[in-house]
Design a protein around this ligand. Sequence first.
Ligand code: HEC
Ligand code: HEC
Length: 211
Amino acid sequence: MTVRSLAFTAVIAAIAACSNLPRSRDLANPEVSGRVLAEQVCSNCHGRTGTATSPNFPNLAAQQKRYLITQLEAFRAHSRRDPAGYEYMWGVSRSLTDAQIDALADYYRAQDPPRQPAESPPALVEAGRVLFEHGDTAKGVPACSSCHGANGAGSDAFPRIAGQHADYVRKQLEVFQRTDERPEGAIMKTVAHALSPDDIDAAAAFVQTLE
Ligand code: HEC
Ligand code: HEC
């Protein structure tokens, strides 16, 4: 091959790479792998490895696979319809195939668990720990750990809540408490029913510190 044809080949390769880039970000293309979607699309909000810098976006790193699949299917089917889910996740999930959802769930499940800085006053975190580990018998609130696990790592349909942003946890507890906007939320609605705003703040503060 001459130097000229080598250069020509390089130019063609570069053009091909560029024209592949928008395609690889194409959410409606079933050929795009879950990993590419995770790294190029989902990363904008959820972080490249599923730990989001902004508390607006839930961490997905090390989340339970089954839970991830259920939620993505629920956004796609428009059955998870809390306002932020509707606003951010309906469009993104609209054309995902089952295979892409499965691969996305594998991708996030395999990431290192999120670690968050301790931000809340120690007394609030301590109140949250008591609620998490023991519940509140007088109010009929079961221990969070009884379903989410002693360290909040979850299992199967019970999501990991360890290391989740306190803001997001607070918001979801209010969604469960006041609405039926999450299709699998019936259990949590019962659990969250009697939580006061202070209980919710405490639980959220504690959960964020769990590793
Ligand atoms: C523009 C920002 C944005 C993008 C891009 C985005 N998400 Fe989300 N995602 C959100 C927000 C905000 C929420 C929280 C929704 C809520 O409160 O119901 C969310 C929630 C989720 C949840 C539920 C988490 C939980 O703990 O219940 C999953 C799973 C998820 N996103 C996966 C993805 C995947 C996979 C992609 C890429 C295909 C993606 N997201 C792209 C903003 C985004
Ligand atoms: C009886 C079992 C059970 C108990 C006890 C329980 N949870 Fe849950 N929790 C669930 C299930 C199941 C889900 C998943 C719901 C869904 O798929 O929408 C969930 C979801 C959540 C979520 C949403 C996670 C996300 O990523 O969006 C938060 C936050 C949460 N629980 C916090 C708590 C706290 C705090 C407590 C203790 C006060 C608690 N849970 C006690 C079963 C339980």
